[in-house]
Design a protein around this ligand. Structure first.
Ligand code: ATP
Ligand code: AH0
Length: 376
């Protein structure tokens, strides 16, 4: 192995609350990445329930949060052990772990002195269990500098996907976020609304499934134009960037309020939610980067064939057939691993003392080195 390259582990557990994505990656001296191996592990039902219940205020939160932070560190450590075993590596081979933790509250829109974001994780325990240095709490410093603390991936998208074209990258996780990579001009990005979070919440509520595989249920319904337009009139969509969102804003109760007393077939609600994701993302793209030639889609939503079809159909109309849509697979990166790889890169940036936030994206006063370090 080239001695300029170091091994990092990236860990992501995102707003979908589906589990842990872990990657082992080589990082070059300029931050170029080579994904070596990955492990994805669903949360145990107990941990998922504990994390889900922490998403909104409830009794005895401090105790429950710390229990969940410990349980998450233990699950992260088990996932890392699998990565090391499969790769025949030992902890001393790894320079650092970049661990996102689990967002349980994101209140970036409050006045600066009141704003906070919280990713729960006992990072000290993770360092202790793995014997590897852990970098965690990547968002707080950007928030302290007046930013939203999110999205953080645009700088990584620039490194990974930037080229001689007007490109945009769309992460379709629980929440959807766009990165705009113009040939001439500054890199920007922002959260553009729900990705899968509402579709997951609705199918879980109505049918008890975690998600709508390949959009099959949505495909059995018809878009309800009144519901779709009502949802699109939420003030989040018209707010100018910088902006970020999360489960704090988009949840089952929000959806139930939108439906109100209207009698809408459940599958029509699902179809409308799928189109909400498509319309909100493409309208934002059209508004802020109409010159975009290629849209790279990543995140778990890239595995939803029906959703991708809807993106292609609506973009043909909105961009006059001038927008090419691909998933990150065509660039050699599994869509579901992009964020975990970003956290390996963010750990590398911390170790190299390189600022990793983009003030044009988050609204922070300036570039900042992100993350807090827990030595091995
Ligand atoms: N085969 C599939 N068909 C439909 N949807 C899928 C499929 N595979 C994954 N998904 C969707 O992708 C979601 C997980 O995506 P991902 O792991 O990118 O989200 P996340 O990282 O938790 O969220 P965020 O990026 O907001 O932090 C699932 O909850 C599901 O809705
Ligand atoms: C507060 C928080 O956890 N935000 C997540 C969430 O999931 C997608 C979107 O909303 C994005 O803003 C962010 O995650 C990615 C990794 C980011 O910071 O770029």
């Amino acid at each position: 192995m080239n001695k300029l390259r170091s091994l990092y582990i990236g860990l992501m557990s995102g707003t979908s609350l589906d589990g842990i994505d872990a990657v082992l990656a080589e990082l070059g001296s300029d931050g170029e990445t080579n994904l070596i191996r990955s492990v994805s592990a669903p949360f145990t039902p107990e941990l998922r329930k504990a994390l889900f219940e922490l998403q909104s205020p409830g009794p005895n939160e401090i105790h429950r949060e710390n229990q969940a932070a410990n349980a998450l560190a233990i699950s992260y450590a088990q996932t890392i052990q699998q990565l090391l075993t499969q790769s025949e590596l030992t902890p001393s081979d790894i320079k650092a772990i970049g661990a996102h933790g689990q967002t349980i509250r994101h209140q970036a829109d409050l006045p600066h002195q009141l704003a906070y974001t919280h990713q729960t994780l006992n990072a000290a325990l993770l360092a202790e269990l793995t014997g590897i240095e852990v970098i965690a709490d990547f968002r707080s410093r950007d928030l302290a500098a007046g930013g939203h603390g999110a999205p953080l991936v645009p700088a990584f998208h620039q490194q990974q996907f930037g080229s001689g074209q007007n490109i945009a990258v769309l992460n379709l996780g629980g929440i959807a976020n766009l990165t705009l990579l113009p040939i001439n001009g500054e890199v920007t990005g922002f959260d553009c609304g729900p990705g899968n979070i509402l579709m997951d919440a609705w199918i879980s509520d109505q049918q008890g499934h975690a998600f709508d595989r390949n959009g099959l249920w949505a495909s059995q319904g018809k878009v309800h134009p009144i519901l779709l337009n009502k949802m699109l009139s939420d003030t989040f969509f018209t707010k100018a960037p910088p902006k970020s969102t999360g489960r704090d804003d988009f949840h089952l109760t929000w959806l139930q309020q939108q439906i109100g007393s209207d009698n809408i077939h459940a599958e029509d609600v699902q179809a409308s939610l799928l189109h909400l994701t498509v319309h909100s993302a493409l309208q934002a793209l059209k508004c802020y980067a109409p010159q975009t030639q290629k849209l790279i889609i990543c995140g778990g939503g890239a595995r939803n064939g029906m959703l991708l079809e809807a993106f292609k159909t609506y973009s043909a109309a909105l961009f006059n057939n001038n927008l090419k849509i691909v998933t990150s697979d065509v660039l050699g990166v599994d869509p579901q691993l992009v964020e975990a790889l970003a956290f390996a890169w963010l750990a590398w940036a911390h170790k190299e003392k390189r600022p990793a936030n983009l003030p044009a994206v988050t609204g922070a006063k300036g570039p900042r080195i992100l993350g807090a370090c827990y030595p091995a």
